[in-house]
Design a protein around this ligand. Sequence first.
Ligand SMILES: [Zn+2]
Length: 249
Amino acid sequence: MLGRDHALSGALALTAAAPLLHVTGTRLAAAAVLAAGAGVLPDIDEPGSTIARTFGFLTGAFAWIVHKISGGHRKGTHSLAGVALLSAGAWWAGRRQAGVPVAHGHPALSWHLVPAGLIMALLFSAAFRALRIGGHHGDAAGIALAVVMLWTGWDVTPVTAGKVPVLAACVFLGMLAHLAGDMCTHDGCPLIYPLSRHDFGLLPAPVRITTSKAAEHWVVTPLLVAGLAFLAWRDAGPAAAVHSHLAGR
Ligand SMILES: [Zn+2]
């Protein structure tokens, strides 16, 4: 599946879950972009992938290390254990960030902001690359957005009673959407790697998607865009207005 569709499906998964997470408005829009970046995150196990080339040598070297540790392309990062591990990493980074003292609504400068800042710079920039937004300025915009998120603390908005930061939910849902996407192609995903290398699929063989063929361009992408448009309408458009009007009575 193309990076573009992986990114769209990540945003779709987060937006679909938004009512459960209680994120709305601008925070929801920012979270959807982070989830779009997480939608291409599993391919950080492939040094040639879009996300691996985000920050040139830095992410390239990181991807090479991930490739070695995770057992190769479409192995560890495409398993449930990989999703759990990277989501836990984002959770940890968010908790570090949330622990920094806040004065006048903004955090003090602290090393504890660095892990979450790096994760968000990567996810934002990867999302812009995958969706071809901003060209050469996309990476700079990604870094700037990460700084804004640290400044506002939007990414550590708790989504559950357990104070899970929304950043962790973005990584979790975006990666799951990626796995679901790959499971609709001929490749499948090794969900229970390293216990087994078996590739699980979601669709019967005849209707599986071949990456970058007409079906992906003319069916998958439009469906994802339509789904996102519907959810945006549900969450921000007339439907949401009617809903809050009824709730207000
Ligand atoms: Zn993949």
